[in-house]
Design a binder for this molecule. Sequence first.
Ligand code: BYC
Length: 328
Amino acid sequence: MAQSPTAQVPTTEIDDDPDGRARFDELIAADSRIEPRDWMPAAYRKNLVRQISQHAHSEIIGMQPEANWISRAPSLKRKAILMAKVQDEAGHGLYLYSAAQTLGTPRDEMFQALVDGRARYSSIFNYPTLGWADMGAIGWLVDGAAICNQVPLCRASYGPYARAMVRICKEESFHQRQGFEILLELMHGTPAQRAMAQDAVDRWYAPSLMMFGPPDEESVNSQQSMAWNIKRFSNDDLRQRFVDMLVPQAEALGVTLPDPDLRFDEATGHWAYGELDWHEFQEVLGGRGPCNTQRLAHRRAAFEDGAWVREAAAAYARKQADAAEQAA
Ligand code: BYC
């Protein structure tokens, strides 16, 4: 894969630059942006590459569950919308890989880590899409969770990440509305269509809550990421915000959220929800979810099948460069 010019940034930092550190601390304390040209601690750089590459891989792997339904969309209009959405996700992945490249990590290195199973991507994309209503549930729940998580990332301290998130969030909010609208239409349909919508919500609800990561006391990265103004809220705070947002929307749709413990807590002013299955979450993260093997195999095959495109593009670029040299 092509390497961007910014991939030349050193990945091993001289971590004892007192002036650089003082400037970095100052920028963080002032809630300003760190840019690629700025000195930054090696641990800050590494943490960003960890999160941004995980995010980029999520967008790219996240294309698969929905792509599964493009050829079976129920109408031309739905097919066109779904194709555009999946294409947007490819774009999000590319912005994010570019942001990570500004930190000195080449894209082919990130790709290799993904297909070798050394890199993470969101747990949610290891669940199967069994019916058309899953496109509605993914848009409403998965993109809804993504927006809740990602809007605060528009204020992340690293400039290229924050700027990528602004554009991504605009598109995610369209994605979420289209999912809601699919479910709304199904909920106004036949009993079978309503049952299909409820079944999809039943299967995607808990995994979408797990997208926010482990409970705060088990979140190894949160404290440092928040101190560096990368994350602005803890995993549990965002999860709570998401549940509070979902309850009135579920009511408007006429679907039931599959949690018998869900109740409004007068004392906190929030919707209390039941314990999530964290064992299942760890299994999915450990590569043992329903679709982990299939998702990585598909990504690997797509890369291998695309070899001729990369070769053709490189040959064309060489030809252009030769022509330019001869003309000079
Ligand atoms: N799945 O210390 P923690 C989309 C890992 S796609 C997998 O709390 P952190 C869309 C975590 O990486 C966009 N792994 O971590 C696309 C860490 O492992 P390492 C999806 C998870 O980073 C197509 C360990 O567990 N959104 O919207 O502070 C169609 C401990 O966790 C998960 C993003 O990627 C998980 N759910 O917080 C539709 C958001 N949760 O790295 C929609 C960007 C945790 O120490 N990422 N882990 O080995 C983030 O905001 C944060 O990284 C997280 C986790 C909130 C996910």
